[in-house]
Design a protein around this ligand. Structure first.
Ligand code: SAH
Ligand code: SF4
Ligand code: F3S
Length: 450
């Protein structure tokens, strides 16, 4: 434990502060929040899940779309009255949004109730930064730009008993023209395979049944090390760890996915039959402007290939509507791609200009209501496809991992298939794999009456 954590622990010993951590970003942010919690507990704080009942609040932000930022400013603002009630409350804001200089400045100037702002590259310094706030009661801003570091062995307070995130790499070097992530997360860097393997072994030994390997583009894992130890090899070695568990991973970039990955997936009995492969646009012209590094045809041939290895694989994807210069014909290419592939589920986003990312400099001439129309049509079409695909599970017996028991009386249990489809169950035991027969389906989920 760091000196700062020891010192805080002593300071807090008589009256342990209740620490609330709110997460407003992607899986990477959730994984970071588990480390933030781990550090806070190492400093002598106790857990609070109620922002109204806390003495330290850490708000972990996202910058990927403007909406994510607007939402989080609402969350930050709600701490003004809380701080009036509890003047000792320490409010900290961290994560991707504060890595943008203009947002850090806005927090400094217009959100004076925020005590601590710290960026993605100094996440591990939370104890030191918190100690500075506690000792000086001054506002602390620490948002250095950096190529990025990997800090191992941070305390880690995991949220789930049976499901876990496992970061294999950080940052991104792909610089898709619309995306802010490379600017707020720094350069791509991979953890040592031994570290990843050791963490996976620990998780499996502790009873975790579902591990999701995380990285912005896991397919370029290890590439910079020059050792030739790549993601398919990591996946293969991970899946040799004995135990009853499933391995998932996200996200894969199509430009780096191919036979080696698909073969590793198909040959392993432990890798989930699910591939999340964002395509972003069905138009080669738009893909070029997005700097994605593949064409529509290349994407489609990957889909054919992966289905060749694993005909039952569940496919999901991300797509952006309304990229600057997207013509109706480009949008129609996106529509025909989703009809052709028939994804199990699709995450659809309206393009959001991110100052700092190159495409923000291009004026979008498409009217807002036309973009909305395209978005609605895409969502509606995918909903139909998802419903049809789910219908195909009827009467089939599938293996699921039961992961929740808080549902409504009729189907209190929730579970996930290997393809990550949600199944609602009448009976189950959380944390157990079960074979269930699917008796009902709609566009969002499957049900089993057995
Ligand atoms: N590294 C992952 C994606 C991370 S961001 C990948 O490349 O697949 C998650 C999704 O948000 C992206 O796949 C994209 O569809 C969407 N996204 C990113 N930037 C966006 C922007 N500026 N506007 C709208 N959607 C965006
Ligand atoms: Fe963003 Fe592209 Fe990197 Fe994904 S691969 S995080 S979309 S820059
Ligand atoms: Fe994730 Fe949002 Fe940051 S998507 S990497 S939390 S910008």
């Amino acid at each position: 434990m760091s000196n700062a954590a020891e010192k805080l622990k002593t300071l807090f010993a008589d009256n342990p502060p209740r620490a609330f951590v709110g997460t407003y970003g992607c899986q990477q942010n959730e994984a970071d929040s588990e480390k933030l919690r781990g550090m806070l507990y190492a400093c002598g704080c106790v857990r609070s899940d109620d922002p109204d009942e806390c003495d330290v609040a850490v708000i972990n932000t996202c910058a990927v779309r403007a909406h994510a930022e607007t939402k989080v400013y609402g969350v930050i603002g709600a701490f003004v009255p809380r701080k009036k009630r509890n003047p000792n409350l320490i409010v900290a804001v961290c994560g991707c949004m504060v890595q943008r200089p203009e947002e850090a400045e806005k927090l400094r100037e217009s959100h004076k109730h925020v005590d601590l702002v710290f960026g993605t590259h100094v996440l591990h310094e939370l104890p030191e930064l918190l100690l500075r706030v506690v000792e000086t009661r001054a506002r602390v801003f620490e948002t250095p730009q950096s190529d990025g570091v990997i800090v191992e062995d941070l305390p880690h307070a995991r949220d789930g008993k049976y499901k876990a995130w496992l970061s294999v790499m950080y940052g991104c070097d792909n610089f898709c023209s619309y995306c802010i992530v490379p600017y707020v997360r720094g350069r791509e860097r991979s953890r040592e395979p031994e570290r990843v393997l050791a963490e996976a072994r620990e998780l499996i030994a502790s009873g975790v049944r579902d591990i999701t390997l995380l990285g912005q583009n896991v397919n370029s894992y290890g590439r910079k090390s020059g050792s030739g130890y790549d993601f398919p090899r990591l996946l293969t070695e991970l899946s040799q760890i004995p135990g009853d568990y499933l391995l998932r991973f996200m996200t894969s970039h199509p430009k780096d996915a191919g036979d080696a990955l698909f073969r590793a997936m198909a040959e392993s009995g432990r890798v989930a039959r699910h591939l999340h492969l964002p395509f972003q646009s069905g138009s080669t012209r738009v893909l070029g402007k997005m700097n994605r590094g593949y064409s529509r045809e290349q994407y489609l041939s990957l889909i054919t290939k992966v289905r060749g290895y694993m005909p039952d694989i569940a496919l999901t994807s991300d797509v952006i509507v309304g990229f600057p210069g997207e013509e109706l014909s480009d949008f129609n290419d996106t529509m025909s791609l989703i009809e052709e592939v028939r994804f199990d589920a699709l995450f659809t986003f309206i393009y959001s200009p991110r100052p700092g990312a190159p495409s923000a400099l291009t004026v979008n001439n498409t009217p807002k209501d036309e973009i909305q129309r395209r978005f609605d049509l895409l969502a509606e079409t995918q909903n139909r496809i998802s419903g049809e695909r789910h219908g195909g599970y009827a009467e089939k017996t599938v293996r699921v991992l039961v992961d929740g028991d808080g549902g409504p009386a009729e189907y209190p249990y929730t579970a996930r298939t290997s393809g990550n489809r949600l199944v609602k169950l009448k009976h189950g035991t959380v944390g157990e794999f079960l074979d269930v027969t699917i008796t009902g389906a709609n566009r969002w989920s499957l049900t089993s009456d057995g």
